[in-house]
Design a protein around this ligand. Structure first.
Ligand SMILES: Cc1cc2nc3c(=O)[nH]c(=O)nc-3n(C[C@H](O)[C@H](O)[C@H](O)COP(=O)(O)OP(=O)(O)OC[C@H]3O[C@@H](n4cnc5c(N)ncnc54)[C@H](O)[C@@H]3O)c2cc1C
Length: 329
């Protein structure tokens, strides 16, 4: 039997289970989404307890200093004394840009009330005024005027369709984070880089790519952006301009359905395209972002193709399996 307190009250806690499992069983506190220390849905504040490194991986130093940790990674027996995260690690932001950049993708430009100390490739948990919150990856660099997100419309979704509504412009939202560890680490400037993602998986990849280029990365960089059909790809002109400006960058558009307009696109799945271009991924640093199922399967495949675990970085977009959580509900 372990020891867990939440808001000062004892909660039944088994050795080997996570604090999140115990809290959910007791119908207390946050609910989990990814349950892997990624999505930020289960963040709590630890008042006392020995927090394993994994429960704070990818958290901004500011959030660690405020006691934040992923409840899904706090494993019994504890003891742990937890409370709600409250305002820890949050900042207000205003939606200043809403621009359609793809068939079902909108670019959201946020002005934050204070500079957001993020690394390109990280993500934030965005909360609307009614308490509905979802994670979105950052496509911009810290030096850009806005914190840029790319949001894909999920039909019937609780939050994403809102960004396609002009009424969202000028609205205030709350950001928690930044979170995540899928970032470019300077230091091996001649290493080959492969960046692969489908749909809005391009958002963190764009941040990572621009960061690598800004650091003067010299090795070959191959960006693979995939979609079901050519209408699902976006930012083609922007990526083309980046490739023209940087000799070591090649951009590959990959689609599953035969393209009707752009014959330069490759009719291949992302994994097949990456592996068609090289016999091994040994020594290559790989970044995988977007749909969680796709990212996990590519990660396995690329590991088997020779990529080292430490060189396989990923940002899987895990989806909310639960109905939207509304504050006070
Ligand atoms: C770390 C992380 C980073 C993310 N970054 C981005 C990003 O940069 N851009 C972005 O657009 N999204 C991103 N997401 C996904 C995002 O957080 C939301 O899940 C997404 O916008 C849907 O939210 P919603 O409220 O509109 O739909 P919800 O109300 O959450 O979903 C409604 C229903 O649709 C299902 N569903 C949701 N999305 C899909 C889908 N793609 N395919 C099939 N079924 C689906 C859900 O399981 C649910 O049953 C990220 C997720 C994570 C965890």
């Amino acid at each position: 039997m372990g020891e867990l307190h939440y808001r000062g009250e004892p909660v039944a806690f088994e050795t080997g289970e996570s604090a999140l499992d115990a809290l959910e069983r007791a119908d207390l506190g946050p609910k989990g989404v990814c349950r892997a220390g990624l999505c930020g849905a289960c963040l709590v504040r630890v008042r006392a307890g020995d927090v394993p490194e994994r429960a704070r991986q990818g958290l901004a130093p500011r959030m660690v200093a405020q006691g934040a940790a992923f409840a899904c990674c706090l494993v019994g027996p504890g003891p742990f004394d937890l409370v709600d995260l409250g305002d820890a690690g949050t900042c207000q932001a205003t939606i200043e840009v809403l621009e359609t950049i793809g068939r079902d993708v909108v670019r959201v430009g946020l002005r934050t009330e204070m500079p957001l100390d993020f690394r390109p490739g990280q993500y934030v948990v965005l909360e609307r005024a009614d308490g509905i919150e979802r994670s979105y990856s950052i496509a911009s660099l810290p030096s850009d005027a806005h914190v840029e997100l790319h949001v894909r419309r999920t039909p019937g979704g609780a939050l994403s369709p809102w960004f396609f509504d002009a009424g969202a412009l000028g609205q205030s939202v709350r950001l928690r984070g930044p979170l995540g560890t899928c970032c470019y680490e300077p230091g091996r400037p001649d290493q080959a880089l492969v960046l692969a993602g489908a749909g809005t998986g391009l958002a963190p990849l764009l941040g990572i790519l621009r960061d690598a280029l800004a650091h003067g990365h010299r090795g070959p960089i191959d960006l693979y952006h995939g979609a079901r059909d050519e209408g699902g790809l976006y930012y083609r002109a922007e990526l083309g301009a980046l490739a023209r400006a940087h000799q070591n960058l090649t951009v590959h558009g990959c689609v599953l359905a035969e393209p009707a307009v752009d014959r330069t696109l490759r009719t291949l799945g992302l994994g097949d395209a990456v592996l068609a271009d090289r016999s091994t991924l040994e020594g290559t640093r790989v970044f995988l972002c977007g749909d969680g199922t796709l990212v996990k399967s590519l990660k396995r495949r690329f590991f088997l193709a020779g990529a080292a675990s430490r060189d396989l970085l990923s940002d899987p977009f895990e989806l909310s399996p639960k109905p939207a959580r509304v504050a006070g509900a």
